[in-house]
Design a protein around this ligand. Structure first.
Ligand code: PHE
Length: 450
């Protein structure tokens, strides 16, 4: 056992934990997903609904995951085994581990695209581009299976390298440097974007809600986006919480992490929409092509655009890395805790598995700008459905099976005043599971609608 806990590791400080967990949350979901969804769902109305989803559902579920993690000091499978021995709940942990592996497999493919975009922007490939030629460049690259696979491999190797370094020496050390860099780069881009002539229309689109555009669909999209973006529903926060010391306050940790995630998503929208509206003839509802097709166009047409372009894609790669690390860590923690593997062996083996699993995603995505191949299906099943199912079951587990009193005792061991306890209890037992169940039913029905 002793050997195992040395192999598990722990966070060096609360700041280190908050940055690493924020690093997990902040990723492609914020900088790519959030603006894409905002653009597709009518702008400011979506932003507003998203905010409500994060506060009412995201934060309570994050507190729940961190509590389960710290109480059990275990990977997701071990966590449910310890808190509910001899029950089927361990399969929920198993679903989380599997989900982590699959999301990592395609997440790394998209992250690989960002590496390629850094290179292309440095080389000035987009210098004289227009919408048509950027679309061609993007389609050309994403349908070149050899290149997408090579960049996918490269990104996976970097991820494995960080996770091999362990909790404090690897993940914490790297995220502590990368997160401030990310914030700095993003602020630079926001300033550039909002000071462009004609930026006002974009700011209006982003901040002035048109309430008639808030439909049920918009609410569903926002909730799904919140789960993915906050890294909830698959045990990433259970795993990160399991390395947290007894004295750190779980509630404020969850708040800090969620607030950082919200802030970065919000800033990403500010970096994109004002610039987008400043360039004539572009519309915000581009879907996934927003970042890889529209943005190069924008960078090409603004002063010092190339430098901002390079900065942006570096930013995107950093954000993706701190998230892919956490996806890998969930699966690695499982092999360390449940199978007694050494960290290094676990990280390399899982990295190879995720790489191989990602190859069909790397090869299958030619039909842009809307994703439709293997990657899109994997994202639907694991990035959306599985996270929502996981989130729902985590609420039910904590609120009705393991028990709210035990959870409160764990939270109060490091925060005896937890004054929001009654609110949290109602949210986790009733509001969150109900809201999530509604979205889940819709997702399932959408399978038949399609
Ligand atoms: N939250 C990450 C993002 O926004 C993705 C992620 C999902 C990471 C689930 C870990 C677990 O990109």
């Amino acid at each position: 056992m002793k050997h195992q806990s040395a192999e598990r590791g722990a966070w060096g400080s609360k700041l280190g934990f908050v940055l690493a967990a924020a690093g997990s949350a902040i990723g492609l979901g914020n900088i790519w997903g959030f603006p894409t969804q905002t653009g597709l769902n009518g702008g400011a109305g979506f932003v507003l609904v998203y905010l409500v989803c994060v506060l009412l559902i995201g934060v309570p579920v994050m507190i729940a995951e961190l509590t389960i993690g710290r109480r059990s000091k275990s990977d997701p499978v071990g966590a449910f085994k310890k808190l509910a021995p001899e029950s089927a709940w361990k399969y929920l942990g198993g679903l989380g581990v599997l989900t982590g592996l699959v999301i990592l497999s395609y997440y790394s493919v998209i992250a690989g695209w960002t590496l390629k975009y850094i290179l292309m922007t440095v080389q000035g490939v987009f210098d004289t581009a227009n919408t048509e030629s950027v679309t061609q460049i993007f389609s050309g690259f994403t349908s070149d299976g050899y290149q997408t696979t090579v960049f996918h491999l490269l990104f996976m190797c970097i991820t494995v390298w960080v996770v091999t370094g362990g909790i404090e020496g690897g993940i914490e050390r790297v995220t502590k440097i990368l997160m401030p860099v990310l914030l700095g780069l993003l602020l630079l881009l926001v300033i550039r974007s909002v000071t462009l002539p004609g930026a006002g229309a974009g700011i209006e689109f982003y901040l002035k809600p048109d309430f008639s555009k808030i439909t049920f669909e918009v609410v569903l999209a926002a909730l799904g986006q919140a789960f993915f973006s906050l890294s909830l529903g698959m045990g990433a926060m259970i795993t990160y919480g399991s390395y947290l010391s007894e004295k750190e306050d779980l509630v404020s940790s969850a708040f800090y992490v969620s607030l950082s995630d919200l802030t970065i998503a919000f800033l990403a929208g500010f970096a994109i929409f004002p610039a987008l509206f400043a360039v004539e003839g572009l519309s915000p509802d581009q879907g996934p092509g927003l970042i890889f097709i529209v943005l190069p166009n924008i960078f090409e047409s603004i002063p010092f655009g190339q430098a901002f372009g390079v900065a942006f894609y570096i930013l995107l790669a950093i954000a993706a890395l701190t998230s892919s690390i956490s996806l890998l860590e969930v699966v690695v923690a499982y092999f360390i805790d449940q199978r007694g593997w050494h960290r290094r062996k676990a990280a390399i083996t899982v990295g190879i598995m995720a790489f191989l699993l990602g190859v069909p995603s790397a090869l299958g995505e030619g039909a842009v700008p809307s994703l439709s191949g293997f990657l899109a299906n994997a994202d639907f099943l694991f990035g959306k459905l599985s996270l929502i199912i996981g989130g729902l079951l985590i609420c039910i587990f904590l609120g009705w099976k393991w028990g709210i009193q035990k959870a409160l005792a764990e939270i109060r061991s490091s925060n005896d005043s937890f004054s929001l306890a009654p609110v949290w209890t109602i949210l986790i037992r009733f509001i969150c599971p109900l809201a999530i169940a509604v979205i889940l039913v819709d997702r399932l029905l959408s399978l038949f609608r399609a």
